[in-house]
Design a protein around this ligand. Structure first.
Ligand SMILES: *Cc1c(COP(=O)(O)O)cnc(C)c1O
Length: 357
């Protein structure tokens, strides 16, 4: 009835709605710190731009090329407009890359731990997944990854900063790695959290001018606070780009999504302010975890992954006190998104009470 490869999947578990959780646990207030959403909302310019949209356009298909958004992104990065591909969230771009590149039996190198969707969509295409452990600091182990490359390797996934560890690889390190990878292997660098590094030189987008087998991924869901609008994109060269374009769904980005992303992209002041606050709050989190003697990975993103002992118990305790964090990624560990300063403080106080009682 179905193809073999989908019979044993470990599907992505989406977030329960806040309304459901609140009624389930009898909570008045619940703050979600489990999905790495932007705690500071999105740019106010987004609502203004959407207000100008004419409802009389509702019956018309959107611009398949998302020209307006395409032009502003290409301009900012100084890249060719034709080297951009948009998706209904980065999720869709990840799925599309697997669909276009992988055939059954091909090998994919996927770090462990990393974002689970790389493995899921590779599995759906019948690929063989080689998982390569992170090093002791929670950093992608490029030497070990290189050792796993064979004649059948088609794809390597590098999430930078890595979800869920938050660890970051410098662009020069990625460049040296790319120089050793055969051109038949596509290296995908997922930069979903790159803005939170707080350094404009952190991205490897410019390296796409040098490496034909490099794909860089970005999303509007995190630093730009547009998770609900579903806009992600890839930067890469032809011929891969042409195959991706030919395979994607023609109207995968609504006009609404394009307007929202264009307005959010322009408001650099909003993003800079968010990043500045996240960087400060992240420092406070690092200090707090050190003081509590809880092991954690040094994060360059808007979340922190830490060892909580009995993670189920702490997760439950925080939930009953109105804070949802991410459990189940690694036994004994929790991932917490960096929230508003007052919420970070409240969670830290709850945790201090919990651990020092
Ligand atoms: C959140 C996330 C995505 C997906 O982003 P969407 O654009 O919302 O689909 C992709 N990659 C990583 C590493 C993420 O954490």
């Amino acid at each position: 009835m179905v193809k073999e490869s989908v019979k044993h999947l470990n599907p992505y578990v989406p977030e329960q709605t806040l309304a459901d959780l609140k009624s389930q646990y009898g909570l008045k207030k619940l703050v979600r710190l489990s999905a790495n959403e932007n705690a500071f909302g999105t740019s106010p310019e987004v609502a203004k731009a959407l207000d100008k949209w004419h409802f009389s356009d509702a019956n018309l298909y959107p611009d398949s090329n998302a020209e307006v958004l395409r032009k502003s992104i290409a301009n900012r990065f100084g890249i060719d407009e034709d080297h951009l591909l948009f998706g209904n969230g980065l999720d869709e771009v990840i799925e599309l890359l697997c669909r276009v590149i992988l055939a059954p039996g091909d090998e994919v190198i996927d770090p462990a731990l990393t974002f689970s969707e790389y493995q899921l969509h590779s599995q759906i295409e019948g690929a063989v997944i080689k998982r390569v452990a992170l090093d002791n600091a929670g950093v992608l182990n490029l030497t070990a990854i290189k050792d796993q490359i064979t004649a059948r390797t088609k794809m390597i996934w590098l999430c930078n900063p890595n979800n869920p560890t938050g660890t970051f690889l410098a662009p020069t390190t990625i460049q040296s790695f790319l120089e050793t990878v055969p051109e038949s292997v596509t290296v995908i660098v997922d930069e979903a959290y790159i803005d939170f590094v707080g350094d404009k030189r952190a991205s490897v987008i410019q390296l796409t001018k040098q490496f034909n087998n490099l794909v860089v991924l970005r999303t509007f869901s995190k630093a730009y606070g547009l998770a609900n609008f579903r806009v992600g994109y890839a930067v890469c060269n032809p011929p891969l780009m042409s195959y991706l374009q030919a395979t994607r769904l023609p109207y995968n980005l609504s006009t609404f999504a394009e307007i929202a992303a264009t307005a959010a992209f322009k408001d650099t002041e909003f993003v800079n302010r968010v990043v500045e606050t996240v960087v400060q709050e992240r420092d406070k989190w690092h200090h707090f975890l050190m003081k509590q003697n809880l092991p954690f990975y040094e994060s360059a993103a808007n979340f922190i992954f830490f060892k909580a002992g009995d993670a189920d118990r702490l997760h439950d305790y925080l939930l009953r006190n109105g804070y949802l964090v991410r459990n189940g990624l690694k036994t004994g560990w929790l991932r917490i998104s960096i929230g508003k300063p007052e919420d970070n403080l409240a969670v830290q106080k709850l945790m201090a009470d919990y651990f020092n009682d």
